[in-house]
Design a protein around this ligand. Structure first.
Ligand code: NAP
Length: 308
């Protein structure tokens, strides 16, 4: 990745240009950059799907936003690792005053994915128990806060002491180390079986997840970096399900409107409080890509384009 000067985009009739104050760095940005993702962009391209900033310019048909408004993005036409991004109106969401730009950059993929996985795909209900397997990163911390506010009993795992402390602060009832021997047994003992698992690393954990489920339990697979062998009998014995989660492209437009309305309400009433782990200038995007793939997560990694 390298910095380059390009002209600021002009909005078409249904489009907006947003000045980006913070861009969210997601693992998927690294898969796309490395060329290992299914969908590959034409080169050269500007990476980034998430961001937050101020509306600079709106096209003639855009009625719901005005220049100067604080917004966050769930996608863009031109990429968010940039000083300004061209967007469709559907990419743009209003942001409460109390939410910082860096926090806003944590919303698009992580919070929307956590909401979709927990409440739509896994259909989690108040009073149920959820295991958030890999809870210290962008999606996991969002899931901890959403699950806690929705009345679930929250079990969460993290790989570092600092990450696990953060999980307790953010509302997890029980916290475990996914690097420690015997942690799965502990989860089973403390929970008596979990109703839902949100899985961030299915290629490592899926076979074990099935053994933690209660009857009618659901595993929502959010992240996986390779294949894994499972024993289908673990599913049969529990009438359990494994459900895939792919926010991009599969959530219908109404679903997206519902999710972002719920996120706005949660931000306003402060049950949702994005945690920013580290901020980098835009020119250090390469270091930010290394950081997002390293272990020891403790929230969101963001780029600050206006600091150049
Ligand atoms: P992130 O911020 O980089 O966090 C990665 C998480 O994985 C951390 O909590 C990390 O914990 C945890 N982890 C590491 N080793 C683990 C293990 N053995 N078992 C369980 N968890 C482990 O990434 P993210 O943005 O939260 O995304 C998480 C995954 O979901 C990524 O693979 C991403 O590509 C995927 N994702 C999918 C969708 C979708 O639509 N399906 C959307 C967003 C993200 P420690 O660092 O504390 O060890």
């Amino acid at each position: 990745m390298q910095l380059a000067e390009i002209p600021t985009p002009e909005p078409g009739p249904g489009q907006l240009v947003v000045q980006i104050h913070a861009a969210g760095v997601n693992p998927v940005d690294t898969y796309i950059r490395a060329g290992t993702y299914a969908k590959k962009p034409e080169l050269p391209y500007t990476p980034g799907m998430d961001g937050a900033g101020i509306v600079l310019d709106v096209g003639a048909a855009v009625k719901e936003f005005r220049p100067g408004q604080r917004v966050y993005l769930s996608g863009s036409i031109t990429g968010t690792y940039a000083a300004a991004a061209l967007c469709e109106a559907a990419h743009v969401h209003p942001m409460p005053e109390s939410v910082s730009f860096s926090q806003g950059a944590a919303l698009g993929i992580p919070y929307a994915t956590a909401h979709f996985a927990l409440l739509t795909r896994a259909a989690a209900q108040a009073g149920e128990t959820v295991l958030i397997h890999g809870a210290t990163g962008g999606v996991g911390l969002a899931a901890v806060q959403i699950a806690r506010a929705a009345g679930l009993k929250v079990f969460a795992t993290g790989g570092s002491e600092e990450g696990r402390r953060l999980l307790r602060e953010e509302g997890a009832h029980e916290v475990f180390d996914h690097g420690a021997a015997g942690y799965l047994k502990l989860i089973l003992e403390k929970s008596g079986g979990v109703d839902v698992v949100l899985e961030m690393l299915a290629n490592v954990n899926l076979a074990n997840d099935l053994t933690l489920l209660s009857r009618g339990g659901r595993v929502a697979v959010i992240g996986s970096r390779g294949p894994i062998e499972i024993n289908p009998r673990e599913l049969m014995a529990r009438n359990a399900d494994v459900r895939g989660v792919m926010l991009a492209g599969s959530a219908d437009p109404l679903e997206s409107i519902r999710i972002h309305a719920a996120l706005y309400a949660g931000l306003e009433n402060k049950t949702l409080r994005p945690v920013v782990a580290r901020e980098y200038p835009l020119g250090e995007a390469s270091q930010a890509h290394e950081a997002v793939m390293a272990s020891g997560a403790r929230g969101k990694i963001v780029l600050l384009p206006q600091s150049e």
